[in-house]
Structure formats: C-alpha cells, structure tokens
Write a protein that binds this ligand. Structure first.
Ligand code: C5P
Length: 215
C-alpha cells in the first residue's frame, strides 16, 4: 500500500437474507478491501459449543469459546447450515460473547488496506466511524423466497412457510435483544432490495462510496 492511501471501512448491516453478504463481497472485490461476514463469527462460536456438547446459554463458556476463535478459519460451507444460524442468534444475545467477537472484528477492520464488514451492529457498534454505512433490507416474504431458491437451487429440500416463520423469529430475536439490537445507524444509507436486484443495489452502493471517497 502506498503511503497516503486512505484506510477505508465500509459497514453493511441488515436482517437475514436481505442480500448484504453478496453486496459486501462485491464491494470488497471492487475496492480491493478485505471482507468479513461477522455472522460467521457468531455461527462458529455456536458450532464449537454444539460440537463439544456444551450449552448455548452459559455466558462464561460461550465467551471463552468466542475468544478462542480463529477468524482466518471460518468455513462458510459448514457454518451456513440452518440450525447453526438459529444457535448463533442465541449465543449472540450474550454481552460477553459480543464483546469478545467485536474486539476481533475491530482488529480485522483495522487491517490494511481496509475492510467491508457485514452483520447486524457494524455501523452502530463495531465500526461507528466507518467511511460509509449501508442498511440493507427487504420484505420478510422476499427474503424467505430468496433463501428458499438458494436451498432448492443447490439441490436441497425446503419449505417456504417454515423458512418465513424462522426469518420472522430470527428478526424478532435480533431486533429485540438489549445488547446491540439490529437497527440502522442514524447515518446509514438505506437500501431496500425488495424490488431491486443485487446488481442494482451494488451500483447504488458503489455510487455512494465513490461520492464518499470524493471520486
Ligand atoms: O448473518 P447470519 O445469519 O450469519 O447471522 C447469524 C446470527 O448471528 C444472526 O441471527 C444474529 O443473531 C447474529 N449476528 C449478530 N451480530 C452480527 C452478525 C450476526 O448478532 N454482527
């Protein structure tokens, strides 16, 4: 990196299946930034507990497990399983777990040349000073249909009604928890992808990032 190159951090938040992962990966590639899906850190913590037969609600044990995580070893193909997402949203309510993972996420954001982080609390808690913040959302029905298409497209079996019910349950858990609830930062740009394809969302975001960079 040449000296004088700005350290760029882009924060992307939103509920499950709103398209924030795809958008974040595209932004990371376009601007040459590292990308961290912070949901994977909560998922990996939950999976480590499940694998060892430990309870999901013992805050000390869960926090210890979170502190031992290696961010360079997060396997999306294993961690994306539906039941791990459910377990992740349970460990994510515990403040000591959040503190441990937020510390690791901030260290990642500080690594040159900068990063795109996506999650639920990036703009509000993890990186409140990010260059630019996005809040990506879509109606629950559209998010459920995307998740359904993703699963069946990979040859899996899915039930649309139960996916929708799970999405609504997870939204409630994420927005109603007392520590770092899901909500847009006051200075976040809202991107509603209900009727917008991911390419259009990326173009809208890219224009806003370019403007923030003075390009
Ligand atoms: O985004 P993903 O579905 O992988 O996240 C799994 C769960 O992890 C979420 O439902 C949420 O409870 C939690 N999470 C969080 N804060 C983040 C990212 C994820 O609480 N920054």
């Amino acid at each position: 990196m040449t000296s004088g190159t700005p350290h760029i951090v882009i924060a992307v938040d939103g509920p499950a299946a709103a398209g924030k992962g795809t958008l974040s990966r595209r932004l990371g590639q376009h601007y040459g930034l590292n990308h961290l899906d912070t949901g994977l850190t909560y998922r990996a913590t939950a999976k480590a507990l499940l694998d060892r037969g430990l309870p999901l609600d013992d805050e000390e044990v869960a926090a210890q497990t979170a502190r031992a995580l290696d961010l360079s070893d997060l396997d999306r193909s294993v961690l994306s399983a539906h039941d791990i997402g459910e377990a992740a949203s349970k460990v994510a309510v515990m403040p000591k777990v959040r503190r441990a993972l937020v510390e690791a996420q901030r260290a990642f954001a500080g690594t040159a040349p900068g990063a795109v982080l996506d999650g639920r609390d990036i703009g509000t808690v993890v990186c409140p000073d990010a260059l630019i913040k996005f809040y990506v959302t879509a109606s629950p029905a559209v998010r459920a249909k995307r998740r359904y298409d993703e699963i069946t497209g990979n040859g899996g079996e899915a039930d649309l009604a139960s996916i929708l019910a799970d999405i609504e349950k997870r939204d409630a858990r994420d927005t109603e928890r007392s520590d770092s609830p899901l909500r847009p930062a006051a200075d976040a740009h809202l991107l509603d992808t209900t009727e917008m394809g991911i390419e259009a969302a990326f173009e809208a975001a890219r224009r806003l990032v370019d403007a923030a960079l003075g390009r």
